[in-house]
Ligand binder design. Structure first.
Ligand SMILES: CSC[C@H]1O[C@@H](n2cnc3c(O)ncnc32)[C@H](O)[C@@H]1O
Ligand SMILES: [Zn+2]
Length: 437
């Protein structure tokens, strides 16, 4: 008998890879934070002796969800400015508030709050883009979460940095100090084509090639962004990035709402990934991304919540449902995007975009034990013919009962184990009183 740390038995296990597989009455065997085996429960009992044992009746166990695009610390700006289009929202409300309030402490506290919300909703990894990335990284580590930390660049000065060189130097220093952290990885994060000049993008590209990091950029989010680019540069943003040599498998195009057929072809040919953020795109009236067409071209797609100031939730299960429903309405085809496809986007798709496919995104031996258990034992979810259908169309984050990151249990019975929920609410209130006294 092999002695292992943890054995999780579940009524259903959806490994995500191979696609479409649903295992009944299996167990996941975990040792040293990694998945050792996925076997029938009868075999698990005879082959493994576990120090800890979790039995999940009428639960489905899935890989931890990967939030491919967020600005975690913006939880502290949730509900500050609603019902506005993107540029008015940014220029008149968000950027002034950020200029006044963003500091290292703001980012640490806001990210801590975001991690609590994400973990409780089954998200085990997030890809962040915000000021003071070192503080975001430390808050993720303090929460026990996995994070891809964006090293941001914008052409305007902030409380964090002055110009493109300063942003990048500070980002790289933050990364160098945390290179040994197994739960952290990094991305280069030039904000958008309308806030980063050609010089900034070229610096980012050179660095991305030197240090082999993904590049995470808002792209083709609104029609206004495209029209302004045509006025300023004579070309659309994707063509501008193409000429700069930025289109490659390292690129994560966030939003990608407004695309013509040629641009979809280009993104597919170049192996770019897309971070689809349906709630934020709807709330800011940016539009609806052509998800079915992107998927049909074989483009890798992940799902993102965007920040809590434009969503206003960090709830990837809700993004899954919305992604599937919008794709059907937009294409006029009920089978345009199916339940298992959005589960793939919310897990392996996000992991692949971040270059983390070998480590996370599916319940596969050798990968980290980042797992999410969803309870399907309530009347509103009964009966259950097909657990993946329920995950996409019926469950809410309140049904997430347990979450593990690298084999460490962080949510049990729907409650955060290590965070003090009352303390987090007090922290948010302190910031609320500073931001709007
Ligand atoms: C330079 S740090 C990130 C920057 O992005 C802003 N932001 C938040 N949501 C969006 C969005 O949907 N599109 C573009 N920019 C966004 C955030 O407020 C920060 O300033
Ligand atoms: Zn964003």
């Amino acid at each position: 008998m092999e002695v292992v740390d943890l054995l999780i038995e579940a009524r259903w296990i959806v490994p995500v890879d191979p696609a479409g597989v649903v295992l009944e009455s299996h167990a996941v065997v975990i040792n040293d934070g990694r998945i050792v085996a996925v076997v029938p429960q009868s075999e698990a009992a005879s082959c493994f002796s576990a120090r800890s044992h979790k039995r999940l009746e009428q639960h489905v166990l899935i890989p931890g969800l990967v939030n491919l695009h967020t600005h975690a610390a913006m939880t502290l700006l949730r509900g500050l400015a609603d019902d506005l289009p993107l540029m008015e929202w940014l220029q008149r409300h968000v950027w002034p508030a950020e200029a006044q309030h963003v500091s290292e402490q703001f980012v640490y506290d806001g990210t801590l709050l975001a991690c609590a919300e994400m973990l409780r909703g089954g998200i085990t990894c997030f890809n962040d883009m915000y000021f003071f990335p070192g503080a975001a990284a430390d808050a993720a580590l303090a929460s026990g979460m996995r994070a891809a930390i964006g090293l941001i660049t914008v052409d305007f000065p902030s409380s964090y940095a002055t110009d493109a060189d300063d942003y990048l130097a500070k980002g790289l220093a933050a990364r160098d100090q945390r290179l040994e952290e197994p739960l952290l990885s990094f991305c280069l994060a030039p904000h958008a084509p309308y806030t980063v000049g050609d010089g900034g993008f070229s610096r980012v590209l050179t660095l991305a090639e030197q240090v082999e990091l993904p590049i995470h950029v808002h792209l083709h989010e609104t029609i206004q962004e495209i029209e302004e680019s045509v006025q300023r540069f004579g070309i659309r943003p994707i063509e501008r990035l193409r000429r700069l040599g930025m289109l490659s498998p390292a690129l994560i195009a966030v939003h990608a709402v407004h695309l013509d057929a040629h641009e979809i072809e280009l993104l597919a040919q170049q192996g770019c990934s897309i971070a689809h953020c349906p709630s934020s795109n709807l709330k800011l009236a940016s539009g609806i991304a052509p998800l079915a067409e992107l998927a049909a071209k074989g483009i890798n797609i992940g799902l993102g919540t965007d920040g809590a100031a434009s969503n206003n939730r960090l709830d990837l299960l809700q993004e899954m449902r919305l992604a599937a429903l919008l794709a059907k309405a937009q294409s006029g085809r009920a089978d345009a995007i199916k339940a298992h496809q959005v589960l793939h986007m919310a897990t392996l798709g996000g992991a692949r975009a971040l270059g983390l496919e070998a480590r996370i995104g599916s319940i596969t031996p050798g990968k980290a034990a980042d797992l999410c258990a969803v309870a399907l034992d309530e009347f509103a979810l009964a009966p259950c013919y097909e657990p993946v259908s329920h995950l996409t169309y019926a469950v809410a984050r309140e049904h997430v009962s347990a979450v593990w990151v690298a084999g460490r249990m962080l949510v049990e019975n729907g409650q955060l184990i290590e965070s003090n929920e009352t303390g987090l609410i007090k922290l948010a209130l302190l910031w609320q009183n500073k931001i709007r006294p």
